[in-house]
Design a protein around this ligand. Structure first.
Ligand SMILES: C[S@@+](CC[C@H](N)C(=O)[O-])C[C@H]1O[C@@H](n2cnc3c(N)ncnc32)[C@H](O)[C@@H]1O
Length: 233
């Protein structure tokens, strides 16, 4: 099992990542050296006085398309740098949809290079011939891949041993078990007339475990029956 993870991000907005990479569990994991993140400015590989990374689309149409050459050069340079060869992932609404199993697989890779598109997206030759895979974080369109890169980094990094204080938190939550998580409550036992279920206040741990298993199953059946079908295989 890996104990460290390296992420590289290729972006035209390196400043985007300052606060998210310094806060919370991720910020602590980076400070502790468990996770490292290299943020690379794509314009560093672009040519000309304006370091242009985009151009008009062949065939016409709205918007601009990201040019292949700077992205290819950047990937080539980042791959050579830093030992382990990264798995190269282009963020795209046209990619495979991100989910827990893929986050686990990314963790096993040890190093991930995330390519953030902007504008109308990236020249298709990058998806076809250069990257290892394309990944979507859901069926909607963002203005750029930066928010998607953060989603991937946070989901993968918290699976790394020691990043979340109590490993049971990671093993027992939604998707890790194959189900959605059971409902959670905290004090007070009654709030505006809404009571915490009696079982949780009973102190009987066998009963509490059984209640939680039943709730997780019922919630999954109601909200995500596809997950149960997958377990039944
Ligand atoms: C405005 S989008 C391009 C959308 C593209 N024209 C399309 O319709 O599929 C610009 C960039 O945002 C990122 N992006 C947008 N939605 C995303 C999603 N759901 N998952 C991952 N990346 C996304 C990608 O990097 C993409 O190249």
């Amino acid at each position: 099992m890996l104990t460290q993870m390296r992420f590289d991000i290729l972006t035209i907005f390196p400043d985007y990542f300052g606060a998210p990479l310094s806060c919370g569990l991720l910020g602590k994991a980076i400070a502790a050296g468990k996770v490292s993140v290299g943020v690379h400015d794509l314009r560093g590989w672009a040519e000309g006085p304006h370091r242009q990374v985009d151009d008009t689309p062949y065939g016409g149409g709205p918007g601009m398309v990201m040019k292949p050459e700077p992205i290819w050069k950047a990937i080539d340079a980042i791959r050579q740098d830093g030992g382990t060869r990264p798995l190269v992932v282009l963020l795209s609404p046209q990619g495979d949809v991100f989910e827990h199993r893929r986050a686990r697989a990314y963790l096993e890779s040890g190093r991930l290079l995330l390519i953030c598109g902007r504008y109308e997206g990236v020249d298709h030759r990058i998806a076809e011939h250069v990257v290892d895979e394309t990944l979507s974080i859901g069926d909607y369109v963002l203005a750029g891949g930066e928010a998607a890169a953060l989603v991937v980094i946070e989901a993968v990094a918290r699976l790394l041993p020691g990043v979340v204080g109590n490993p049971a938190s990671v093993d027992e939550e939604s998707f890790a078990t194959g189900l959605l998580d059971y409902p959670q409550y905290t004090r007070p036992p009654e709030f505006r007339g809404w009571r915490v279920p009696d079982t949780l206040l009973s102190g009987d741990h066998a009963q509490i475990d059984a209640w939680r298993r039943a709730q997780a199953k019922a919630l999954t059946q109601r909200k995500r029956p596809d997950l149960l079908e997958r377990i039944r295989g």
